[in-house]
Write a protein that binds this ligand. Structure first.
Ligand code: ADP
Ligand code: MG
Length: 616
């Protein structure tokens, strides 16, 4: 006597189903199919129904049966953890007077670095012989006129070192000159550029970034600054990091300041004590507070501040979807991450931006079993099949993971999902300790999106792609250079639209990305985001479940969850955990599914065991 049972795992991002024919003993049990679709709505709410139905239909179709053949569906009894992420900038750069133009036009002209006094192009020919100048070219001078004036000045012996151009013709001018000089163009506010002031212009080669102007000592060298003056230009250098071109003008009163934005405080309410941390103290200070406070009961943000608003947003969203009052929504964990995000500079002349410090926060809210029961009831009505809650998510994840060939106890499991990082420890006697932490794959994606300044519709999806695939530069129509510097040749020419582009190497071929960043920068941002979220959370989670709180007491860790499919994360984890003598491997559920479907599989196996033990 066998019956067809579905195990359903509703996650923050993915709904997974496993279908099996379950018999009296494990010998009679046969897995039929699996499916994996996007979760609809927020985990643990009625809005999950459409996603569940879709996943179920896919699984029954694959198995060649129909929904009516189902005897039972088992739903994960998640301590439904719901995460939310947000980011606040905590510094801003303000320009008073015309000190800096650090903007990134698409195609600056020329190459190199030039230093001299600013001279209007109409006064260029009358400049002194041998004088080092940077010429300032308003739009009213077209590229041919500008080029011929500069050429004439150079022939007269004026040392034209570079130019600041209002139009976007930097390249057209540069191409018409007897020798290459750097020209920064698209400077809209050119009338604000002061004349007869010492200025430096730097343009880097394609795919490169400026080096002198983004380095305080480079600025000190160019402008002969004293040590005291050098410390004043650090914000300028900081604002110019990562750009392909920039201008810095030294004016007597000009000033660039980095101001800290009062970002507010977070109050961490623990069981024993409460700790208040300043958001602008950065992620380390916040996480130290998080660790000191022990078990977290709730978090409050200072009213009237950015972080206060953010915490309230989390609470309101959760109250809305769960039908609870905001005061009943409790934040049970937070993860803070430092990052640098591009922001527009106030007072800038050419819409320039600066890299500002920001803090990303992931918050986790626990809801209750009641909500999952409501969902189970609604599903029963929808499909006309009994639906039960099939036990705690972590217990099921453990049992599912144990189907990995070669695995044994004691074993720690890390479930790296979209919203939360969950850990479970399975002792030799098969007792399970588990815990949930805020922050996982979605947080990594948000960091990538914000740090690379990806904007517009679908920005999150672009960042999600960047997270999942390695990069390559299309150097010719017949070869690419991978991010690890290896070169790959193609017998057929590539799509000409790929030429010179940065692309993702996906299973469906090269997918170009629209970015002004070079490969190194994107790669660094991508890897750093993974480190800050996953490595930090892995350590936090394992320390929590490890015997005596010591990671060294864990010999083996198996990774499950969607983020376990990441192409570089496992290598990063292996290196990090090797410091503690811990070995990490990616689970291979049922010997063939890789790290996914652990919970859905576990739901079915646990049910099978209950049958064998006569408990069903
Ligand atoms: P949940 O259980 O929270 O629904 P999953 O276990 O399905 O989450 O994992 C979803 C996460 O896995 C998402 O953040 C997604 O970006 C990530 N993910 C899925 N595939 C990959 C991949 N190939 N590389 C890196 N991350 C991936
Ligand atoms: Mg999950």
């Amino acid at each position: 006597m066998t019956r067809i049972v579905a195990g359903i795992d509703v996650g923050n991002s993915t709904t997974e189903v496993a279908l099996a024919e379950i018999g009296r003993t494990a010998m009679d049990t046969r897995f039929l199919s699996t499916s994996r679709v996007s979760t609809t709505g927020i985990k643990g709410t009625l809005s999950n129904l459409p996603g569940i139905l879709y996943a179920l239909k896919e699984a029954v179709e694959q198995a060649g049966v129909s929904l009516n053949d189902l005897s039972l569906a088992l739903l994960n009894e998640a301590t439904p953890v719901i995460g939310d992420i947000a980011m606040e900038t905590i510094t801003e750069t303000i320009i008073t007077e015309s000190t800096m133009i650090g903007h990134n036009p698409n195609s600056p002209g020329g190459l190199g670095i030039g230093v001299g006094h600013t001279v209007h192009i109409q006064d260029l020919v009358s400049a002194n012989r041998g004088e080092a100048v940077i010429t300032v070219i308003p739009k009213s001078f077209d590229f041919e006129v500008s080029a011929s004036i500069i050429t004439q000045a150079i022939e007269n012996g004026v040392n034209v070192q570079g130019g600041i151009v209002q139009s976007d013709d930097g390249n057209l001018i540069a191409n018409r000159l007897p020798r290459p000089i750097p020209l920064v163009d698209e400077v809209s506010g050119i009338e604000q550029v002061p004349m007869n002031m010492l200025a430096a212009v730097e343009v880097a080669d394609r795919g490169q970034v400026i080096r002198q102007l983004s380095n305080p000592y480079g600025l000190a060298t160019l402008f002969s600054l004293t040590p005291e003056e050098t410390s004043m230009v650090i914000p300028i250098a900081k604002a110019l990091i990562g750009l392909r071109s920039a201008v810095v003008i030294r004016t007597p009163e000009g000033d660039v300041k980095t101001r800290r934005i009062p970002a507010g405080t977070l109050k961490l309410l623990g069981v024993q004590q409460s700790i208040t941390v300043e958001l602008d103290g950065g992620a380390d200070a916040i996480m130290q507070g998080r660790s000191d406070v022990g078990e977290l009961v709730d978090v409050e943000g200072e009213p009237g501040t950015n972080v206060g608003g953010m915490v309230e947003r989390v609470r309101c969203t959760m109250a809305d979807v769960t039908g609870k009052s905001t005061s009943d929504v409790k934040i049970r964990d937070i993860l803070a991450v430092d990052c640098l995000v591009p922001q527009h500079v106030s007072g800038g002349m050419a819409k320039e931006f600066s890299m500002e410090n920001a803090v990303g926060l992931a918050a986790m809210v626990s809801t209750d079993r009641l909500l999952m029961q409501q969902l189970a009831q609604a599903l029963t009505q929808e499909i006309g099949v009994d639906v039960e809650l099939g036990g705690v998510e972590a217990d099921n994840a453990v049992v599912g993971t144990l189907t990995t060939p070669g695995i044994s106890t004691p074993l720690a499991i890390l479930d790296l999902g979209a919203g939360s990082t969950d850990a479970a420890l399975l002792a030799k006697d098969h007792s399970v300790r588990s815990m949930h932490l805020a922050g996982a794959g979605d947080m990594v994606t948000m960091l990538i999106q914000r740090e690379l300044g990806i904007e517009g519709d679908g920005a999150f999806d672009v960042a999600e792609q960047i997270k999942k695939y390695p990069l390559a530069k299309v150097e010719s129509l017949f070869h690419i250079r991978n991010e690890d510097n290896t070169v790959q040749f193609f017998p057929q020419p590539l799509d000409p639209r790929l030429f010179g582009r940065v692309a993702l190497v996906t299973e469906n071929g090269l997918s170009p990305i629209d970015t002004r960043h070079n490969i190194d920068r994107i790669r660094e941002v991508r890897r750093e985001a993974k480190r800050r979220v996953f490595l930090r959370n892995a350590i936090r989670a394992l320390e929590e479940v490890a015997p005596l709180g010591n990671l060294r007491n864990i010999d083996f860790v198996a990774v499950v969850g969607g983020s376990g499919m990441d192409f570089e994360l496992s290598e990063m984890m292996v290196r990090k955990l090797a410091e503690f003598g811990t070995v990490v491997g990616t689970a291979n559920i049922r010997g063939s599914l890789g790290p996914v479907n652990a919970v859905a599989t576990g739901l079915l196996l646990n049910y099978q065991r209950r049958i064998e033990e006569g408990r069903v």
